[in-house]
Design a protein. Structure first.
Length: 432
């Protein structure tokens, strides 16, 4: 910094400037993209980004650890742990300027629920933007050990008799997820409903923050839960329960978390939004390499990030799954994808499914104009601009904002051009 009296550069400022320059030089060598020089200067040098201790937050954590935000002109980005998805929402409502956050690693439907005021105090809408998807696949549906003899896996109907018996004894069946209308809520609802178990009538759905799932199942507070990794893996490692299925078995290549930002922040700082995207994209490519999985697990396991043993993270990152019910697979394709298969691109067709499925369960009205809502929130245009500035290969930039029809494990087909036909095909109809 300059000395006010003499106009000279102070020793402390010189050291800081020199260190920053050296850091950027080192980062450029490690991640040799030409985007740093090509991109327009960000309007701000920082942003406050929230994350939950889940493996799919890795792109934000790695971008911070590897200096990628600094590489793209935003050295003051903070990646801040959130206690729950409810806390993430509340801090997004506040915004970074009011001691909250500007954006977050977030459950994909949450920006839509916030944008429409469905989950905010007094139903006040908070305009939101989805800039990227952070990952595909690798969540889990896990079950308490007491149900091991049912043999339940993909077919949830194997739990029906056990649930009915427990209810007849006057006990409550609790299915835990992480946020009403969020991805984990939708996965567990889909799975239960496909097995003939009504998630609104046959069980009680409860909200539990991801890092608290294992401890709550250990003391018997729930019968089944859906959450991201590393918590399903940790459950098995501690011998408390087992994984019935991973969510990739429900829908292979399904979208999961997103990079969501307050829309006013994006509108005010479009160059900074693209800089964030470029840093996250580079981190996603790094995370996707199998050569980096061990280091990635060590980073995420650190006390300041997840505070878990790296082994709880590593196995399923590589597609090695111990389900905890004598079923073990190695090298499966059910590992978490961060870049391949268009993992980073925020397909509008995927967002269309999330809104349609939430309409199924009463979070949105059946007559919601889904296309208009997706067009308001989904900023795939910014993703494309950032990808081009980063020099992403043309083959890695999807030609269309729609991935087309999607097929689920039970044979149901979702056509993003006709969501109503999909809803009509489901065994449990749209909530009235």
């Amino acid at each position: 910094m300059k000395n006010i009296l003499t106009g000279s550069v102070s020793r402390r400022g010189l050291l800081k400037t020199t260190a920053t320059a050296a850091l950027i030089t080192a980062i450029r060598s490690a991640f040799p993209s030409g985007a740093f020089a090509a991109a327009a200067t960000p309007e701000v040098t920082g942003a406050k980004l929230g994350y939950i201790a889940l493996t799919d937050a890795a792109p934000l954590v790695v971008a911070a650890e590897k200096g990628l935000f600094a590489k793209h002109g935003m050295p003051d980005v903070e990646v801040i742990k959130q206690a729950s998805w409810g806390a993430t929402r509340d801090n997004l409502v506040l915004g970074g300027a009011s001691n909250g956050i500007d954006g977050a690693h977030i459950l994909t439907p949450m920006p839509y629920l916030m944008h429409t005021g469905k989950v905010t105090q007094n139903n006040v809408p908070v305009p939101m933007a989805i800039l990227a998807r952070l990952n595909l696949d690798s969540q889990g549906i896990s079950v308490a050990k007491e149900y091991a003899e049912t043999g339940v896996q993909l077919d949830a109907s194997k739990l029906k008799a056990a649930f009915e018996k427990k209810k007849a004894e006057g006990k409550e069946i609790k299915a835990a997820m992480t946020f009403p209308g969020g991805t984990h809520d939708l996965w567990i609802r889909y799975w239960l409903a496909a097995g003939g178990i009504d998630p609104d009538k046959d069980v009680s759905t409860i909200v539990v923050p991801p890092p608290q799932m294992v401890a709550n199942m250990k003391v018997g507070n729930m019968d089944v839960f859906c959450v991201g990794e590393p918590w399903n893996e940790q459950l098995v490692n501690q011998g408390i329960g087992f994984t019935a299925c991973t969510t990739g078995e429900l829908w292979m290549g399904h979208p999961e978390k997103a990079l969501g930002m307050r829309a006013d922040w994006v509108e005010k700082n479009p160059n900074a939004a693209k800089a964030l995207l470029m840093a996250v994209m580079e981190a996603q490519q790094w995370c996707d390499s199998m050569d980096n999985k061990d280091e990635m697990s060590t980073i995420l396991g650190k006390r300041q990030w997840f505070n878990v043993p790296p082994k709880d993270v590593l196995g399923r990152l590589k597609g090695d799954i111990n389900y905890g019910n004598e079923r073990i697979v190695h090298g499966s394709d059910l590992y978490m994808k961060f870049w391949k298969d268009g993992a980073s691109y925020p397909y509008k067709s995927h967002d269309t499914w999330f809104i349609a499925e939430n309409a199924r369960w009463g979070k949105f009205a059946p007559d919601t104009d889904i296309k208009a809502l997706v067009d308001q929130v989904n900023r795939e245009d910014l993703w494309r601009e950032a990808a081009q500035a980063l020099g992403v290969a043309a083959a890695d930039i999807p030609a269309s904002p729609s991935r087309g029809k999607e097929t689920f494990f039970d044979g149901k087909v979702f056509d993003p051009e006709n969501p109503s036909s999909y809803l009509e095909s489901l065994s449990i109809k749209v909530a009235s």
